[in-house]
Ligand binder design. Structure first.
Ligand code: 13P
Ligand code: SF4
Length: 302
């Protein structure tokens, strides 16, 4: 902690001076998550809080699509991303041109777009979803068939829980696609009594052998509510550090898959963002109008 103290002090001071709020995703490292964040959560919670805040400046400690979502919901506020190169393999897996091809190929079929996409892709979609509300969003449309892009595994995991036919794209999260059912079996063998929680970006055969699947926030809630003696969170590994900090009595088993994009955000670049007001997120107004509609439509689904 002493090595971080100077940056933490400076960030806390700058937040007051700038009237800034820091929204941090559950995958941020503990010094960000516990040290400087005002709001922490999953993508859905960060979008909701972004829609609610009245701070003049929002610093998004997360990846670029999260900062774009915050900007869509706050066109008149300054939204800063400490490192604009903090991307996402899912967001990179589909383009607006792909979306237009899907429309042409499946006329009349609504497109549900995971928030892990660029604003330009959201602009081509009917409604967004997150891992926390995907099934609810799909079912809210009242149709027999939807397209769900770009995460193939999220789409297949949702399909397994609903009567709606879900047509998937071929994007994958480079962190979650690495978990395997064989790894889960080996973990259970090595750690008796292990409770396995999986993120729905994991392959369906991994979700099938987990005890519970849900968004990062749902996994945190599960641990808080059930307090298992021994647990593994099949997701980005900083999350275990963050949850373990409030559960010293729980044995967290940690295969460590890091998201290189999330790890681009540091105390140093958060501080630099607030000092110099860099890097403001800007979205083409024509794209923003259409993308905002898809995000707001999602937020209107209970
Ligand atoms: P959550 O919305 O569940 O936090 O997931 C975001 C993400 O990027 C998972 O890899
Ligand atoms: Fe994207 Fe996967 Fe990183 Fe989440 S963990 S930001 S889905 S690459």
């Amino acid at each position: 902690w002493p090595v971080f103290a100077e940056d933490v002090d400076a960030i806390l001071r700058l937040k007051r001076e700038r009237d800034a709020v820091i929204l941090a995703h559950n995958y941020q490292t503990p010094e960000i998550f516990h040290g400087v964040a005002d709001i922490v959560g999953d993508s859905l919670a960060l979008a909701r809080e972004a829609a609610r805040t009245d701070a003049r400046v929002i610093v998004l400690a997360g990846v670029h699509f999260m900062a774009e979502t915050a900007k869509l919901l706050n066109p008149d506020r300054t939204v800063l991303i400490p490192d604009p190169a903090a991307g996402c393999s899912l967001a990179d897996s589909i383009t607006p041109a792909d979306m237009r091809l899907l429309r042409a190929r499946y006329p009349g079929v609504p497109i549900v777009t995971y928030v892990n996409t660029s604003a330009a892709v959201k602009a081509e979609s009917d409604i967004c979803c997150t891992s926390g509300n995907a099934r609810r969003v799909v079912e809210s449309l009242g149709v027999a068939r939807v397209l769900m892009v770009p995460d193939e595994y999220l789409a297949r995991n949702v399909a397994a829980t609903t009567d709606v036919e879900v047509i998937a794209w071929r994007g994958h999260c480079e962190v979650h696609e690495r978990f395997t059912a064989a790894e889960v079996a080996a973990l259970r063998e090595d750690h008796p009594g292990l409770v396995v929680l999986a993120h729905p970006e994991c392959p369906p055969d991994v979700v099938a052998v987990a005890d519970f699947a849900g968004s990062t926030a749902a996994m945190c809630d599960y641990v808080d509510a059930h307090r298992p003696a021994r647990v593994v969170l099949l997701t980005e590994c900083s999350m275990s550090d963050n949850v373990a900090a409030r559960h010293p009595d729980i044995d967290f088993v940690r295969p460590c898959n890091l998201c290189p994009h999330m790890k681009r955000i540091t105390l140093a670049n958060i501080r630099a963002a607030l000092e110099t007001m860099r890097h403001p997120v800007e979205i083409d107004p024509d794209i923003a109008v259409r993308a905002r509609r898809a995000v707001e439509r999602m937020l209107a689904v209970a």
